[in-house]
Structure formats: structure tokens, C-alpha cells
Write a protein that binds this ligand. Structure first.
Ligand code: PLP
Length: 294
């Protein structure tokens, strides 16, 4: 059975949802609350709480997710062409809480970059899925979980490094895991100044990046990341991240093209690309709204 797709407006972007998953106005604010308290804060073991993780999707559901992924990829391409970008931003499909079979379907359709937020979920899923996948860890990370994250051989990037302490722990874990290639990391910046958000203080970005580059030889500093305010007008946060990159490049003598900006999610990825994003992280408009146990 093919579920009809319906659209809903979140922020300034129209998102596609299967009709059953379409958030009502009331549930989108509930979703947003969950979003802030669960997906961005510290987490408890997800498999215990997440009702979707172990549900095997049907072939039709897999096909629908692939269709939506292709739709988002096409939108990324269209915005990039309209802006005349030399390089199209990377689309990271954020599969947190979603079953491995959906990720496999997207991979088999040619998509390689996937993002996960929870260490245990990443470890479990990555064992069930092809090594050709490039995993990006985008959740809040504690130093004592670095070893587990580095146990994933096809971990491509950790986007959420918010301190020299965490970078040092990752560097050690990379050595212990015997990685042969440096691990790419992004430094997460708290551009909105909200207490609920992780990230380094924008004022400290140059110091943090400098120290990581000096001390952590197994890490490759690849750029900056922000989540930003969940808002119809996300531009101020995105511009702040662009400013942070300028400071880093000016003071450390790095070419701007070598410092990525990870910003933009389902509701604001097009605006993020217009503001200079090189890496957008899109979850619910590909995989459907997330459902968490209360
Ligand atoms: C969940 C998550 C996303 C994806 O959010 P959607 O609104 O579902 O696209 C992107 N980035 C981070 C850091 C996340 O935690």
C-alpha cells in the first residue's frame, strides 16, 4: 500500500511527510519540545525508549523514504544551481531513531552520508549495515563515550566537538582504535547562546580550533557546525557561524574553502545553503517525524 504524501509548513520550508506522520499544529510544538529536550540534550539509551527502531519497514515504506531523499537531494541541487555554487553542499541523511532497513534502502539507492545522534544506536546500526556508509556523529558526545564511537570503522566525521577536552579524548580513542586515516571533526559553536544547546562560545572559537590543531594529530579540523535557534528566522545564527569561520581563517591562515560549515536541517536547509552551508543535516523530511516514548 502506498501512503499518500502530504506537505506541511515548518518554518519557511515545505516539508514532505507521509500523511500518517504529518504533524498537527499542536503536535509540531510537542515535537519541537521533544526535539529540544531529547535529540539535542544528553540522552538515555535510545533503543529502550524508541518504539520505531526495531520495527521492520515494508518495501513500500523504504521506497517512499528513498523518494523523499531524492526529492530533498533535488532541492539541494536546485538551490545550489540558482546560487551558482561551485560545489554542492553535502546532504547528510539523519537516521536517528529510524530502523536500519531504511538506511540500507537509501544506501542502495546511492546515498552514502548518514548522521546519528546516539552512540549506542550508531554502534548497533553500523554493525548491521554496509561499511561503504560514511557515518557522521551529530549528537552530544561525552568524553567517556569516545572509545565506543571510534569502534565504528567507517566513522567519517564527528560534527559535535565543543571543547579541547573532548577533542583530546577523541584523539586518544582514534589512536587506540588504530585508525589509519585522521578522523575529521567539526567544532560545534553555540551561535544562539541558548543554555539548552551545546557548543563552544563563539568568542573562543579561534583558541579552541588552534589548540585542537596543535594537540590532536589524529584529528583533522574540517570546519564548524551549529544547530541554531529553532525559529522562522535562523539567519542570525548562520551568519554568526560564517563570521566564526572568517575569524578562524584570518587568524590561523586557513583558506575559507577548506573550512566547512555544517548548518541547516529539515525546516531551514535552503536558507542555510543561501547563507553558505556546505553540509546540511536533514532527518524528518526524509525519514518522517520521529516518535519517542514519553
Ligand atoms: C535531529 C538532528 C537533525 C535533523 O533534524 P530534522 O529537523 O529532523 O531534519 C540535524 N542536526 C542535529 C544536530 C540533529 O540532532
Amino acid at each position: 500500500m502506498r501512503r499518500p504524501i502530504s506537505t506541511c509548513r515548518v518554518g519557511s520550508t515545505v516539508c514532505l511527510f507521509p500523511s500518517a506522520a504529518r504533524p498537527s499544529p499542536a503536535s509540531s510544538s510537542a515535537l519541537r519540545l521533544q526535539f529540544q529536550s531529547r535529540s539535542l540534550g544528553t540522552s538515555s539509551p535510545i533503543e529502550m525508549e524508541n518504539p520505531e527502531f526495531n520495527i521492520e519497514p515494508t518495501a513500500e515504506e523504504c521506497a517512499e523514504v528513498v523518494r523523499r531523499l531524492n526529492g530533498i537531494q533535488q532541492e539541494v541541487t536546485e538551490v545550489s544551481q540558482r546560487l551558482g555554487l561551485k560545489q554542492e553542499p553535502r546532504l547528510v541523511a539523519v537516521s536517528k531513531t529510524k530502523p536500519a532497513a531504511l538506511v540500507r534502502a537509501c544506501f542502495e539507492a546511492g546515498h552514502v552520508h548518514f548522521g546519528e545522534n546516539y552512540v549506542q544506536e550508531l554502534v548497533t546500526k553500523s554493525k548491521q549495515l554496509p561499511e561503504g556508509i560514511k557515518w557522521r556523529f551529530i549528537g552530544h558526545l561525552q568524553s567517556n563515550k569516545c572509545k565506543q564511537v571510534l569502534s565504528v570503522p567507517n566513522l567519517d566525521c564527528v560534527e559535535t566537538v565543543d571543547s579541547v577536552k573532548l577533542a583530546t579524548a577523541l584523539d586518544k580513542a582514534a589512536a587506540a582504535a588504530g585508525r589509519t586515516t585522521p578522523l575529521s571533526i567539526l567544532v560545534q559553536i553555540n551561535t544562539s547562546g541558548e543554555e539548552s544547546k551545546s557548543g563552544a562560545d563563539p568568542e573562543k572559537v579561534v583558541d579552541v580550533v588552534k589548540e585542537i590543531r596543535e594537540k590532536c594529530s589524529r584529528l583533522h579540523f574540517a570546519g564548524l557546525m551549529t544547530i541554531g535557534r529553532f525559529d522562522e528566522h535562523p539567519e542570525p545564527d548562520f551568519r554568526k557561524l560564517v563570521e566564526c569561520r572568517k575569524k578562524v581563517c584570518d587568524e590561523l591562515g586557513l583558506p575559507v574553502e577548506q573550512v566547512e560549515l555544517s548548518m541547516g536541517m529539515s525546516h531551514d536547509f535552503k536558507i542555510a545553503i543561501e547563507e553558505g552551508s556546505t553540509n546540511v543535516r536533514v532527518g524528518s523530511s526524509i525519514f518522517g517525524a520521529r516518535v519517542y516514548h514519553k
